[in-house]
Design a protein around this ligand. Sequence first.
Ligand SMILES: [Mn+2]
Length: 279
Amino acid sequence: MGHERQLVKDMMEPRHFRTLFISDVHLGSKAAKADFLLDFLRHHEADTIVLVGDIVDGWRLKRSWYWPQVCNDVVQKLLRKARKGTRVVYIPGNHDEFLRAFPGMHFGGIEVVERMMHDGADGRKYLILHGDEFDVVVRNARLLAYLGDWAYDTAIRINIILAAVRRRLGMPYWSFSAWAKLQVKHAVNFIGEFERVVAEEARKNGADGVICGHIHHAIIQDMDGIRYINTGDWVESCTAVAEHEDGTFELITWRALASSVTALAAIEREDAELAPQAA
Ligand SMILES: [Mn+2]
């Protein structure tokens, strides 16, 4: 049992990273796995935590208020980390775009920025953004490829205007992931198209890579010399991306880790019951 006990201790010990990237938690929607995220935050520390959008689901909250205690616990946990010296940056997404009205603002030590450039420990520059600004482009990819650059830039502008109009009219924001799921047959193409468009945006900005969220599809991959990193979500997959001190990136799926921690903790409890006099 000695080996298992060591394994449990190792897993219970918080891991420390240079940077942690988390997105698409959708706090305020019933689908948000806030308890998993709270557990994850207890086991992970970082010099910098970047919240890559859609952390709070303002659209869902507007329709019906759903804010259990665990949502407060997650917010408190992040504020506490900021107080204790972690740099916490919040890049709003389309579901928490009410924060986009406050770029440069700090609340409780958390900075709000529209996008940022991250200097990786690997010497590369990473553009960080949520990714919703490319929805119209991704939906009309084939048409825009035919019409060219002007149409592409116009589509991005139309995206901003459409979102503003829908908001003004009190309509819910159009959701990429929900829509992609409906288009099952073509969903893979749209994910590929999103990745291509976002990687191109990184190239245009002189970055070597991009870190984004929005489409709830976690991955670390190289695309024609641009590293594309998507942080995934905490609605289904419970994923985060960590940057190690040496500059390598790791995709963490917390659901799997959480269950093995629980299983190993059970082994240790059993072990302790068998030898209550020890230690
Ligand atoms: Mn989004």
